[in-house]
Design a protein around this ligand. Structure first.
Ligand code: BJW
Ligand code: ZN
Length: 247
């Protein structure tokens, strides 16, 4: 039985604007591996060999193998109870925003409508030379997709050392600053500037609520810290809120 503090439910009752800041951990129960922590892919693979542009130029075939593998896993997965309950918050609050570091589309597939994707989306690709977008199935020759201009095509995701998409970050930041309640779900909160939104929300007026399998670097900074699976805790928070509204 998960204990949800009544004081959090009371704060939710007075809230208009809710932000969910999410990371890889929210999709773990859908079968998509996280990056860090127990079972994180970066226990085996080095991020600097896969998630930066120089690595891609050095070995585009290897980087594409990784993304094609992940795309397959994502296509075979379904949104879980955490994604679904976040989408259901839209039925109870005026403004619900998802600011996600994930590239997997599971929030959209669960029905969330206002989503800002800070690290891109695995379904989009573009040519590094002429910037033409390729959102359909790519053609691979010797393991590498090429543009009609001859340039390399890459996934439209944000690697280390790259800027985040300006519009998505600015809108995510505005929502964070204006949030009444700011949920931080399934992220180690170590990658910047995304993790800086937690401070932005705190500098605004938000109550910070962390949901994570383990304690993290921000656990002592937040107002409520729930340790456990997002797929169990998020529905429990929503259910307790719904019950308290009818009573
Ligand atoms: C559960 C659960 C369950 C499990 N329920 N919870 C200092 C030194 C060196 C560099 C830097 C520095 N300070 C800042 C930087 C720059 C760098 C950075 O932040 N590095 C740090 C790691 C040190 N940042 C950047 O480079 C960014 N760009 C930038 O700064 O631009 C400015 C600039 C431009 C030019 C020159 C210099 C600067 C870009 C960062 C891009 C990150 N990209 C990736 C890959 C995206 C594409 C892809 O997916 O392939 O984004 S890396 C990876 O980390 C991915 C994630 O979105 C991101 C965050 O990870 P996340 O989501 O938190 O996942 P995990 O695995 O870390 O955590 C999962 C959590 O879930 C865990 O806590 C579990 O416990 C939990 N969990 N199961 C609940 N069931
Ligand atoms: Zn091109």
């Amino acid at each position: 039985m998960i204990k949800i503090d009544q004081s959090l439910v009371d704060k939710l009752k007075g809230a208009h604007s809710i932000v969910f800041f999410t990371g890889a951990g929210i999709s773990a129960e859908s079968g998509i591996p996280t990056f860090r922590g127990e079972n994180g892919v970066w226990n085996k693979l080095k991020p600097e060999e896969l998630a930066n542009f120089d690595a891609f130029l050095r070995n585009p075939k290897m980087v594409w193998e990784w993304y094609n593998h992940r795309k397959k896993v994502i296509h075979e997965s379904q949104p879980n109870a955490a994604h679904h309950s976040i989408a259901e918050f839209q039925n109870h609050f005026e403004e619900v925003t998802v600011v996600t570091q994930n590239i997997d589309n599971l929030h959209r597939r669960a029905g969330s409508r206002r989503i800002f994707e800070l690290h891109g989306n695995i379904e989009r690709n573009y040519c590094v030379n002429c910037k033409t977008y390729y959102n359909e199935e790519l053609e691979f020759k010797d393991g590498i997709p090429k543009c009609k201009c001859g340039g390399l095509i890459r996934p439209d995701v944000v690697w280390f050392g790259e800027y985040l998409p300006e519009y998505e970050f600015d809108e995510g930041e505005k929502a964070s600053i204006n949030a009444d309640i700011f949920f931080i779900v399934g992220t180690s909160a170590v990658v910047y500037p995304a993790a800086g939104l937690i401070q932005s929300a705190k500098r605004g007026r938000a109550v910070l609520v962390e949901v994570n399998l383990t304690r993290t670097e921000i656990s002592s900074f937040v107002d409520y810290s729930f340790t456990g699976r997002a797929g169990e805790i998020m529905p429990a928070i929503l259910e307790k809120y719904k019950l308290s509204v009818v009573n």
